[in-house]
Write a protein that binds this ligand. Structure first.
Ligand SMILES: [Zn+2]
Length: 370
């Protein structure tokens, strides 16, 4: 089998987030077992599996290779070929997930065929996750399970997301919160008998706008991020029931992106504090962790010679690396394919980058673990 065949096999599994990915997880687990890895399957719920495979002496000085097995949906996208059939077109290989990020999975499967993992001197761990695309859900559950087990893991992790072969060492997070204002219903002919939850929400919105303006003034990491401050978005608002009723409930969802190294709950705490005088409640919906890896890790030294530029960068998108950080693991993001085509119709990976990635996997694993 060539790496292109492996990629075709992986793309043929329509592992869109929220659908079962048992088949693909089984394939990745079996390939690892055949290569001599000890494989553990962590089931989060029926149909949802994270796969952890390890080889070599257990320890913290080895290496983790990680990627997500799920892909984004194709509905409504004008594909010119079947998104779940890998299709060659010129120098490119088209298919959903070809770039994000089954290319890296395939390169790893193929690259490790060339390494005798029974002879490793440092531990090599493979971590394949589910539901990354809907907020790094699978890795969050896995990290909790691994933390409970207390198993030592290598502290260096390579996440092969598509970066057009640049090494990225950080990304912002994303926090979604819900603000609910409450009032009292009344007929609109006698509005003074009620209290408008909508008017209360306009006060909340102006407070949020104030917080957003202040955030723009706190710039950090300017050499890495094109928006080096916490960006915010009042996204959805629901409430009210009829034009002749004073609304008694309004609900707002609000998102913000903590910078790498930030306490992700800081903005939430500020919102809570500033709306505390209002009839408003604030709750966390979901937090996707930011990631921040120091400059100069050993893995950086191994990846940079293969990178398109020696300059390290930041990802605009979130990865499982934010969750891995909770286990004290430092990740670098580096892989074939481009994020610019990743979620688009006719997603592709250049064949040459895929083939190159196989060699890089082999060399990095040999350098770190043999
Ligand atoms: Zn991805």
């Amino acid at each position: 089998m060539s790496v292109v065949d492996v990629l075709a096999r992986l793309v043929a599994e329509p592992t869109v987030s929220n659908r079962p990915l048992t088949e693909l997880a089984a394939y990745m687990a079996t390939r690892a077992e055949d290569q001599g890895f000890r494989v553990e399957r962590f089931e989060s719920e029926p149909g949802k599996v994270n796969v952890v495979a390890s080889a070599g002496p257990v320890g913290t000085d080895g290496l983790i290779l990680s990627g997500h097995m799920d892909v984004v949906p194709v509905e409504g996208q004008p594909w010119t070929s079947d998104p779940f059939v890998l299709t060659e077109r010129g120098d490119n290989l088209l298919g959903r997930g070809s770039s994000d990020m089954k290319a890296f999975l395939a390169a790893t499967v193929e690259g490790l065929e060339r390494v005798d993992v029974s002879k490793l001197s440092r531990e090599l761990v493979l971590v394949w996750t589910h539901d990354e695309e809907i907020g790094c859900v699978g890795s969050r559950i896995l990290v909790e399970q691994l933390a409970r087990e207390g198993r030592p893991l290598p502290k260096q992790c390579w996440i092969g997301e598509p970066t057009s072969m640049q090494v990225l060492r950080m990304h912002p997070g994303h926090v979604a919160i819900r603000v609910v204002t409450t009032g009292m219903s009344a007929h609109s002919s006698k509005p003074d008998l009620g209290k408008s939850a909508l008017k209360e929400m306009t006060r909340v919105l102006s407070i949020l706008e104030g917080i957003e303006e202040e955030a723009k003034g706190r710039r950090r990491l300017e050499e890495y991020l094109d928006r080096p401050y916490v960006t915010m978005n009042a996204a959805e608002i629901h409430g009210g029931s009829a034009v002749n009723m004073v609304p008694d409930r309004m609900e707002l969802t609000f998102g913000y992106r903590p910078l790498p190294g930030d306490d992700p709950m800081e903005v939430l705490d500020t919102v809570r504090e500033r709306v505390s005088e209002l009839d408003a409640s604030v709750e966390l919906i979901r937090a996707t962790q930011a990631m921040y890896t120091e400059d100069g890790t050993p893995l950086q030294g191994l990846l940079c010679p293969h990178a398109c530029t020696p300059k390290l960068g930041a990802a605009s998108f979130a990865t499982d690396g934010g969750n891995f950080e909770q286990l004290g693991i430092s990740s670098l993001i580096f892989g074939p394919g481009s994020i610019d085509v990743a979620h688009a119709p006719d997603e592709y990976v250049p064949r040459a980058s895929l083939v190159q990635a196989v060699d890089i996997v082999e060399q990095v694993v040999r350098s770190r673990c043999s």
